[in-house]
Design a protein around this ligand. Structure first.
Ligand SMILES: Cc1cc2nc3c(=O)[nH]c(=O)nc-3n(C[C@H](O)[C@H](O)[C@H](O)COP(=O)(O)O)c2cc1C
Length: 394
C-alpha cells in the first residue's frame, strides 16, 4: 500500500517530535518515499540528521535554502505528495493551517497541496482544550483534514490528560486508510470477525480455543486500506487495536452473534474469520467451582452458529479450520451454511493456521470451484480473499 507513495512528513516543535523518527522509519520500511519537512521549532527538539539517516532523503528545514532536488519551485513537495502527515502537530501549526498562513516550508506546502492531510496533535491539555484550538480543529475537520488523536495519558508536564501523540501504529493505520479511500472497496461496508470466543464455565474459568485473531485483523486492515468502511468484531486477542475502523470487543459466542446481527444491517459482506465456540456450558456456575473432587464434568450444549443464523442481503464468507479432510469438510460447510465463499485452512502444519503470520488456504466458491493458494502472509491471503469479495459486492 505504501510502496510507490510519496509522503510529506511534517515535524513541528513539540516534545513528541522525537517520536516522529519512528514514524519516518515505519513509513520508509513500508516502501514510501518520505520527504521530511521540519519547522524551526522542531529542530530545537530533534536534529534533521536523524530524519535524513532514516529516510535516506534530504530534509527540508527552510523555504529559502532548498536542496537541489526540491529547488525547482517552492511547491514541488506539495505537488509530489500523495499524502501529508504532520506528527506531532503543535497548537501553533494547527492554528496557522486553519487560517491559511504560509510562513514556512511546512505551512506553505500544506496550503499548496491537493493531497489529503493527516494531523496527529500533541500538546498540553489546556492548549488542546482551549476554545481557539477547538475552533481551529473543527474548521479543519470541516474542510476534510483528518485528525488522529490526541490520546489520553501522562503528558510532558507530568499531569494526566488529553494531549499525547497517539501510538505510531495508529498514525500508520490512519495513513493507510486515507491513502486507500479510493480503493476498490470504497463505499462498501465490510464486517469482519476475529479471535476465539471465551465461554464461561464459572466466574473465573472459560473454555477457549487457539485462534489468535491475526487472520481477521489482517482482513479488516486490508479492507480498510481498499476503502471499505470496516467493523471489526473481535473476541479477546493480544493484538494492537487497528486504526480507521470501528472495533467492537466481545467475549462469548452469544455476544458475538448479537454484535454481528447489529453490524450487518448495513453490510455488503460479512467475513467470519473468528473461531466462535461450537459448544458452550449448559449452565454457568454462580461461584468458582471448587477443586475438591477427583474429576469434573461440564455439560456442553451446541452454541448458536452465527454465520448460518444471521440473515440479510450481504455476501457471506466463512473460514473453515480443519485438521483432516480439508476440502470435503469445507465444501460441506459452505453448502450447509449457504455461504458465498469458504476459505479452507489446514491448521495442522506449523506455518499455517493459528498464531503464525502465514497461512495456506484454499478458496472454494458456490460453484464448487477451488483456488489453491500457496503459503503466504495472512495479509496477502486477506487481499486474495478480498479480490474475490470485490467481484461479488460490485
Ligand atoms: C519544551 C517545550 C515543549 C513544547 N511542547 C509543545 C507541544 O507538545 N505541543 C505544542 O503545541 N507546543 C509545544 N511547545 C510550544 C511550541 O514549540 C511553540 O508553539 C512553537 O512556536 C511551535 O512552532 P511550530 O508549530 O512552527 O513547530 C513547546 C515548547 C517548549 C519550549
Amino acid at each position: 500500500m505504501l510502496a510507490e507513495k510519496t509522503v510529506v512528513l511534517g515535524v513541528t516543535g513539540g516534545i513528541a517530535a522525537y517520536k516522529a523518527a519512528d514514524l519516518a522509519s515505519k513509513l520508509t520500511q513500508g516502501g514510501a518515499t518520505v520527504n521530511v519537512i521540519m519547522t524551526g521549532s522542531a529542530m530545537e527538539f530533534v536534529a534533521p540528521l536523524t530524519f535524513r539517516a532514516i529516510t535516506h532523503r534530504p530534509v527540508v528545514t527552510s523555504m529559502f535554502e532548498l536542496t537541489s532536488e526540491f529547488s525547482v519551485e517552492h511547491v514541488a513537495l506539495a505537488e509530489a505528495a500523495d499524502i501529508v502527515v504532520i506528527a506531532p502537530a503543535t497548537a501553533n501549526v494547527i492554528a496557522k493551517i486553519a487560517t491559511g498562513i504560509a510562513d514556512d516550508m511546512l505551512t506553505t506546502t500544506v496550503l499548496a497541496t491537493e493531497a489529503p492531510v493527516v494531523l496527529a496533535p500533541a500538546m498540553n491539555v489546556n492548549m488542546w482544550q482551549n476554545p481557539v484550538t477547538r475552533e481551529n480543529v473543527a474548521r479543519l475537520k470541516d474542510r476534510g483534514f483528518t485528525f488522529v488523536g490526541p490520546g489520553y495519558g501522562r503528558l510532558a508536564s507530568g499531569s494526566m490528560g488529553l494531549g499525547r501523540l497517539v501510538d505510531i501504529g495508529e498514525i500508520m493505520g490512519t495513513v493507510q486508510q486515507v491513502l486507500g479511500r479510493k480503493g476498490d472497496l470504497a463505499g462498501k461496508c465490510i464486517v469482519v470477525t476475529a479471535g476465539g470466543t471465551r465461554e464461561a464455565i464459572d466466574p473465573v474459568r472459560y473454555i477457549g480455543n487457539r485462534s489468535s485473531g491475526k487472520m481477521g485483523f489482517a482482513l479488516a486492515e486490508a479492507a480498510r486500506d481498499r476503502g471499505a468502511t470496516v467493523t471489526l468484531i473481535t473476541a479477546p486477542v493480544s493484538l494492537p487495536v487497528p486504526a480507521g475502523m470501528e472495533v467492537i470487543n466481545v467475549e462469548s459466542v452469544v455476544e458475538m452473534k448479537e454484535a454481528v446481527a447489529k453490524a450487518t444491517t448495513k453490510a455488503d459482506a460479512l467475513i467470519m474469520a473468528a473461531a466462535p465456540a461450537d459448544y458452550v456450558a449448559k449452565s454457568v456456575a454462580d461461584q468458582k467451582i471448587k477443586k475438591g473432587s477427583a474429576a469434573l464434568s461440564v455439560d456442553l450444549v451446541k452454541a448458536p452458529d452465527i454465520i448460518s443464523e444471521v440473515s440479510g442481503d450481504f455476501i457471506k464468507v466463512g473460514f473453515s479450520a480443519e485438521t483432516e479432510n480439508l476440502l470435503a469438510n469445507a465444501r460441506e460447510k459452505l453448502e450447509r451454511k449457504r455461504l458465498d465463499l469458504m476459505v479452507a485452512n489446514d491448521v495442522t502444519t506449523a506455518d499455517s493456521g493459528f498464531a503464525v503470520d502465514t497461512n495456506k488456504v484454499t478458496i472454494i466458491d458456490r460453484e464448487g470451484k477451488t483456488e489453491d493458494l500457496p503459503l503466504m502472509t495472512k495479509r496477502e491471503v486477506a487481499d486474495r480473499v478480498l479480490d474475490r469479495v470485490v467481484g461479488m459486492v460490485g
